[in-house]
Design a protein. Structure first.
Length: 147
C-alpha cells in the first residue's frame, strides 16, 4: 500500500474517490456508527456506488462494496476495473473487509485492479488515501478459475 493525495490521482480515480465519499453520506449505520461508502468503475467505464445498510441483528447488514458490485451486475456488467472505499476512522485504513475482498476478487478484471482506501477525519473530509492492488489485499486468492 502506498499513500497518495486526491490531487495526485488521475481523473477517473479522483471521481471514484469523490463518489465513494458521497455514497458514505447515505449510509444507514445506527448501531455501529461505522458508515462506509464504496464506488467502482466497471470494464465499460460506468461508475456504480453504494453504502452500508445495517440491520438490528447485524447478519442482514449490506456492505457498501457488495452493494456497488450488485449494482454493477444488475446493469449487466460482470467485471470491475477499480474500487474505492471511504470510512471515517481514528485508526487504520479505509480498506474492504475480508468478505468484501473476496467478493471483489470474484468480479475483478484481474488481481492487479487498484483498490483505493479513503480515510476521512472527524469533519468527514479526506484525511488520507491509500492505494493498493487486490493482490496486495488478498494474496494467493481463490477465484472462479480454481473450480
Amino acid at each position: 500500500m502506498k499513500p497518495c493525495s486526491l490531487a495526485q490521482l488521475p481523473e477517473p480515480e479522483r471521481r471514484l474517490v469523490l463518489e465513494a465519499v458521497a455514497a458514505r453520506r447515505k449510509a444507514y449505520a445506527p448501531y455501529s456508527h461505522y458508515k462506509v461508502g464504496a464506488a467502482l468503475l466497471d470494464e465499460k467505464g460506468a461508475m456504480h456506488s453504494s453504502c452500508n445498510v445495517e440491520g438490528a441483528d447485524y447478519t442482514l447488514t449490506t456492505h457498501a462494496e457488495m452493494g456497488a458490485i450488485n449494482a454493477m451486475v444488475r446493469s449487466g456488467v460482470l467485471r470491475l476495473k477499480m474500487m474505492a472505499v471511504a470510512v471515517q476512522s481514528g485508526i487504520g485504513w479505509g480498506m474492504p473487509c475480508g468478505l468484501c475482498r473476496q467478493k471483489i476478487r470474484e468480479f475483478a478484471a484481474g488481481t492487479d485492479v487498484p483498490v483505493l482506501g479513503i480515510k476521512l477525519d472527524e469533519k468527514e473530509e479526506i484525511f488520507e488515501i491509500w492505494a493498493s492492488s487486490l493482490e496486495e489485499l488478498l494474496p494467493y486468492s481463490f477465484g472462479p478459475e480454481h473450480l
